[in-house]
Design a protein around this ligand. Structure first.
Ligand code: 13P
Length: 285
């Protein structure tokens, strides 16, 4: 199937109370793992690329492997640019075939975030590309964006309502207490804030910082309005651990294709588990 944007998949998720997994890929093998996992359990899925990954490989290389892997696939797949502060990179991804982009202007003052996010919507919407925008500051490291604990702050609900009314994003990422990377302690999720923002904005909510959250936390956030769940760090670990574990167990073999295959299976198994947990297995149209 051709790639699609996030609109239909997130609105179906919202009406049927599940979430679509958004998995950050690193290369061809990890992209293959996401596609195979989605097909295995017949789920819609979002393939995410960080801005760093896009810069590392280049848009034309990524789009060629994405098309090769997704065209024969029978499940709905969106290609989304994760946290991007650079308007030029957003435009390049849109031109190259990404079907969805995230503008992350959350470190800017509110009015500036609002106007930059609105500008991206104005560029993307006529091209049928969906837009995610962020408000508040999500703690941790994602790509080149580092938010220290003392600088992290939750989204303000009044600002969130104004932001969504004026920007009209297709997906909204308010900071609600989750963190990018590995959790050091138990995260304090602002469930009431999430509930209020989801209800008052009626925009599909993205849950960032998915790696390391307990199953009940995912379920509760999904029940309160999160229809997109981001997983990145888990894939980074599986990518390296899958490779290393195979080599350690077979350290005289030096057969790269077997190592790549072991990595693929470790990635795919973790993705399938998350898709099932988010409730999107069997939801491919
Ligand atoms: P994790 O790295 O914690 O899984 O977060 C992913 C994310 O939110 C990407 O935007």
């Amino acid at each position: 199937m051709p790639l699609e944007n996030m609109k239909a998949m997130l609105s179906k998720a919202a009406s049927e109370d599940y979430a679509v997994g958004a998995f950050n890929i690193l290369d061809y093998n990890s992209t293959r793992a996401v596609v195979l996992a989605a097909e295995q359990v017949k789920a819609p899925v979002i393939i995410q690329t960080s801005a760093k990954t896009v810069i590392f490989w280049g848009t034309s290389v990524i789009i060629s492997w994405i098309r090769q892997l997704t065209y024969p696939s029978s499940v709905p797949i969106a290609l989304h640019l994760d946290h991007c502060k650079d308007l030029n990179l957003i435009k390049e991804c849109i031109k190259s075939g990404w079907t969805s982009v995230m503008i992350d202007a959350s470190s800017k003052p509110f009015e500036e975030n609002l106007s930059l996010s609105r500008e991206v919507v104005e560029i993307a919407r006529p091209k049928d590309v969906t837009v995610e925008a962020e408000l508040g500051a999500i703690v941790g490291v994602e790509d080149d964006i580092h938010v220290k604990e003392q600088d992290a702050h939750l989204a303000d609900s009044e600002q969130a309502i104004k932001f969504c009314a004026e920007v009209k994003p297709d997906c909204f990422a308010p900071a609600i207490g989750t963190a990018h990377g590995v959790y050091k302690g138990e995260p304090k999720i602002a469930y009431d804030l999430l509930k209020e923002i989801a209800a008052k904005t009626a925009v599909p909510i993205a849950l960032h910082g998915g790696t390391g959250l307990a199953d009940e936390v995912f379920k509760k956030c999904i029940s309160l309005g999160c229809t997109k769940v981001n997983i990145s760090t888990q894939l980074k670990y599986a990518f390296i651990d899958g490779f290393v574990a195979y080599h350690n167990a077979n350290n005289t073999e030096y057969n790269p294709l077997k190592v790549i295959d072991a990595q693929l299976h470790q990635l795919q198994a973790g993705i399938v588990e998350k898709i099932k947990l988010f409730g999107s297995a069997g939801k491919a149209r």
